[in-house]
Design a protein. Structure first.
Length: 276
């Protein structure tokens, strides 16, 4: 059983929903990422998505675009990111880690080389934002050949028959993008999310995570009521950007925010707010 499957099983057994948190690897500089990953895990994150910095992150809003620019300014490439994850694994062999990003850096490295080195570093899954599942055969073969879960996005506009084809090649979980637009945009309609999650569950037994538009503990709790996982990214990355020059304040702010999301999902009082 993979780390991702084991974590979702643990969540089911304990009657809680998974919290999936995102940060951009190497932001604000590479040496900060391991500490931030540990803060996420210690504060209640069940799965950590690490963004692969890219020069043209077209699915992301200005907050994550700025994070990519900060990371790239420090020379954070895929291999440096794998070194970071390897270091994180020295102190945490349980928390699943998903690499999220765009196809170009993976293609430049080579699918099999990337999959082999990612698995050796302790990565559990890979989400490529701009690769259509219909064109993913070579990458999926490389990933699954090294026991990495290929994870896919489903959009509000995705047709039922295409949802089925996406789920046929997915492992780990399915990521439902709850809003039309980029990360950090708009306001969430939980009733609409519930209808789309039901459509996905009709064609797969994989857990369904919901991301985009989750801004605070209240919305995290509402989404936790209709999905298997809540995915939060821009709110965390914004806090990192606000504390670029103060590591202690940065980790404290991120930890407090993630703890508040966890509390909201678990039905406890939480006051810290942000935007995802």
């Amino acid at each position: 059983m993979t780390r991702i499957a084991r974590r979702f099983e643990t969540c089911r057994e304990t009657g809680r929903k998974a919290l999936i948190t995102y940060l951009t690897g190497g932001d604000p500089e590479p040496d900060a990422t391991v500490g931030l990953m540990r803060t996420l895990a210690d504060s209640g994150a069940d799965i950590i998505e690490v963004g692969m910095p890219f020069s043209d992150p077209m699915a992301d809003g200005p907050v994550i675009q700025a994070a990519c620019e900060r990371a790239l300014a420090h020379g954070t490439g895929v291999r440096r990111l794998l070194d970071i994850i390897r270091e994180f694994r020295r102190g945490d062999d349980d928390t699943p880690v998903v690499l999220m990003g765009y196809l170009n850096p993976i293609e430049q490295m080579g699918y099999d080389v990337f999959a082999r080195e990612a698995a050796a570093a302790g990565v559990d899954g890979v989400l490529t934002v701009d690769l259509p599942p219909e064109e993913s055969g070579d990458l999926v073969s490389a990933l699954t050949g090294h026991d990495l879960d290929p994870i896919w996005l489903v959009a509000p506009t995705t047709r039922r028959e295409r949802i089925r084809s996406i789920c046929d090649v997915a492992r780990g979980f399915v990521y439902y993008v709850s809003l039309k637009g980029v990360t950090g945009a708009a306001t969430l309609d939980v009733a609409d999310v519930e209808r789309h999650v039901a459509d996905i569950r009709a064609v797969t037994q994989l857990p369904v995570g919901v991301g985009f538009g989750i801004r605070d503990a209240r919305t995290a709790g509402a989404v936790a009521g209709v999905a298997d996982a809540v995915v939060v990214g821009s709110g965390i990355v914004r806090l990192i950007g606000e504390h670029v020059d103060d590591a202690q304040a940065r980790e404290r702010a991120v930890g407090d925010f993630v703890a508040s999301l966890r509390a909201g999902m678990d039905g406890r009082n939480a006051t810290t707010t942000g935007e995802a």
